[in-house]
Design a protein around this ligand. Structure first.
Ligand code: NDP
Ligand code: GDR
Length: 323
């Protein structure tokens, strides 16, 4: 039975990856950081099938001990301060976790278990002020936020450990991927949750920032499959993972409200508080390498994703006794 260590297991991607690896017969170990309220909502359905161990990307010693104790065949580094606007409020913390955290984990692997295969959660935010459209693995980086800058470090340190130390290390440059388990502060879930609340009479407006922003949105369940495929290949490489098509925030609102028979124009209010100081340019990727080398293709369409998210938000609200 292979062992996988997942950092960020309590997050959106961590929970989907844990589902996938359990279905493939892995022993799944998740690194969690200590908190006064240990609530692992996204893992409730698999809590008896996984092992959780305390550690933190800020703490080198904890990473060394965990890698030494479990000697995982595969390590997926999904942990990060992942909310882009917050990286302007806490740029140093973001750099420490999202950039240096990667180096700490790679060091732990190099020191105690160099055979492990390593996956780094890189991001389309490294392209930022995009030098070309669509972006591929050779497109130069131009991050526009402290988060993007930290992810550039994470990406290059992964490439450098592969080239210098021979670590089997892959960097997945993933574009936005969403799901019913997405955090409520990200725009897609904010919209589907907002539309569901309005439909059920719990709110009468939804305040958003720039409705013209465009993203290449996919389903998280499809994207974690690409992570796993990268670590099964016979050579380590970097891959762009995306659908290759964009939609605006406005399109997303239209689809989400439309699904519950409402017109978003009657409820969505643009609020300057949610505008960003520096927006990224058009981020749309070219997933050809992932398709050709890994045989990866996304299965869930934009429309199916929006509907899945709205339906689940209605279900969650109704299960709380709301009609
Ligand atoms: P989430 O924000 O849902 O999850 C982040 C996870 O990181 C949580 O489990 C969080 O733990 C953990 N974490 C944060 N800081 C630390 C730390 N110092 N030590 C240990 N764990 C920590 O992110 P997603 O699941 O959406 O994303 C997964 C990864 O993929 C992230 O690295 C993100 O930057 C990257 N990414 C995501 C994309 C997306 O569209 N979702 C696209 C491209 C990249 P806790 O629960 O305690 O807060
Ligand atoms: P992003 O995702 O910054 O792309 O990062 P987010 O959903 O936060 O924003 C997407 C776009 O929507 C616009 N927007 C709003 N965003 C939020 N959060 N709230 C609003 O009210 C709102 N109104 C409009 C934003 O301006 C932006 O253009 C995600 C994260 O998962 C990162 O960790 C990951 O690396 C990237 O995707 C790829």
């Amino acid at each position: 039975m292979p062992t996988a260590l997942i950092t960020g297991i309590t997050g959106q991607d961590g929970s989907y990856l844990a589902d996938l690896l359990l279905s493939k017969g892995y022993r799944v170990v998740g690194l969690v950081r200590r908190s006064s309220t240990m609530v692992f909502g996204r893992l409730a359905h698999i809590q008896d099938e996984i092992e959780l161990v305390q550690g933190d990307l800020h703490d080198q010693g904890s990473l060394v001990s965990i890698v030494e104790r479990y000697r995982p065949d595969e390590v997926y580094n999904l942990a990060a301060q992942s909310f882009v606007p917050m990286s302007w409020n806490q740029p140093v913390l973001t750099g420490d976790a999202t950039a240096l955290g990667v180096a700490r984990l790679l060091e732990a692997i190099r020191l105690v278990h160099p055979e492990a295969h390593f996956y780094q959660a890189s991001s389309s935010e490294i392209f930022g002020k995009a030098r070309e459209v669509p972006q591929n693995e050779e497109t130069p980086f131009y991050p526009r936020t402290p988060y993007g800058v930290a992810k550039v470090f994470g990406h290059w340190i992964t490439v450098n450990y592969r080239e210098k130390h021979g670590t089997f290390a892959c960097s997945g440059i993933l574009y936005n991927h969403e799901s019913p388990r997405r955090g409520l502060e990200f725009v897609t879930r904010k919209i589907t949750h907002g539309a569901a609340r309005i439909k059920l009479g719990l709110a009468d407006e939804l305040r958003l920032g720039n409705l013209e922003s465009r993203r290449d949105w996919g389903f998280a369940g499809d994207y974690v499959r690409a992570m796993w495929l990268m670590l099964q290949h016979d050579e380590a490489d970097d891959y762009v993972v995306c659908r290759g098509e964009t939609h605006s925030v406005r399109d997303f609102c239209d689809a989400a409200f439309g699904h519950v028979g409402l017109d978003y124009g009657d409820y969505v209010v643009q609020d300057p508080r949610f505008y960003r100081p520096a927006e990224v340019d058009l981020l749309v990727g070219d997933p050809q390498r992932a398709r050709d080398k890994l045989g990866w293709t996304p299965k869930v369409s934009f429309e199916e994703l929006v509907q899945m998210m709205v339906e689940r938000d209605l279900e969650i609200l109704r299960s709380k006794g709301i009609p």
